[in-house]
Design a protein around this ligand. Structure first.
Ligand code: 6PG
Length: 246
């Protein structure tokens, strides 16, 4: 199962640049419809800003790239906590055709029911993919971006949560978050996230070092269970890298 590769970089700027090159390489490797699964939190912000800058923006084949999100906080689309809202603001708005942006719906009739939004998104993913079961020979995503939280969560898959063991559903509601912000979540499940050519984690800053030490020690935490059927890359900057890493 160890198809994970750790790439150490100097700092957050170098990390964003390395990630941007990988994103562009994935787009160039597929001359058809490209599917990118974005992530939220603070880690990918610098990458999104870089991709939106003049040098990178012109290298993205916008018409054929489709943008999804791996997890969402159950807040309105225009709430600052909304993951796709952040991606839109920093990268997508003004560049991506509206029909190519695929947010997780949070404006469902029952505000207490993230499962409804999850079911709708699962339907959207299935219809984009064109089948109800994932074929290992034909990944859903070209690239899945990920981050890891201080408790070892990734996407909105928290330690000990039953969502981690879900194998039938592609997307599930998570009533209770383990870390801030404490709002219900909607998350893609592990098999759905795994259906990609590349899964790319971004981990930067001293605040990540403690959890990275535990993850590299092999603890059974969500971020260690998230693996691509293809390549899994962890981009880690100097401040986040455990001292004894070698
Ligand atoms: C979210 C994210 C989440 C994130 C990690 C890391 O909705 O919060 O998708 O999985 O990637 O919590 O967050 P930071 O990048 O803010 O450290």
């Amino acid at each position: 199962n160890d198809n994970r590769r750790v790439i150490a970089v100097a700092d957050p700027a170098a990390l964003a640049a390395a990630a941007a090159e990988r994103v562009l390489a994935r787009m160039a490797a597929n001359n058809g419809r490209v599917a990118i699964c974005l992530t939220g939190g603070s880690s990918p912000k610098q990458l999104y800003q870089l991709l939106a800058s003049d040098t990178y923006r012109s290298r993205i084949p916008w018409q054929r790239v489709h943008w999804f999100i791996g997890d969402e906080r159950f807040v309105p689309a225009d709430d600052p906590l909304n993951n796709m809202g952040m991606a839109r603001k920093t990268l997508l708005d003004g560049c991506a055709p509206a029909a190519n942006i695929h947010p997780i719906p949070t404006a469902t009739a029952d505000p207490a029911d993230p499962d409804r939004g999850a079911a709708l998104y699962e339907q959207e993913l299935r219809s984009f993919y064109g089948a109800d079961t994932l074929d290992p020979a034909r990944p859903l995503f070209d690239l899945v971006l990920m981050g890891a939280g201080p408790d070892g969560h990734t996407a909105s898959l928290f330690p000990g949560d039953p969502a981690l063991d879900e194998t039938a559903r592609w997307v599930v509601g998570v009533p209770k978050a383990n870390v801030e912000p404490f709002v219900p979540r909607i998350t893609l499940t592990l098999p759905t996230l795994a259906s990609c050519r590349e899964m790319l984690f971004e981990l930067a800053g001293g605040a990540k070092r403690a959890i990275l030490t535990r993850l590299f020690a092999g603890e059974n935490l969500p971020a260690n269970r998230a693996r691509s059927a293809g390549e899994t890359i962890w981009l880690v900057d100097r401040d986040a890298l455990p001292e004894d890493f070698g």
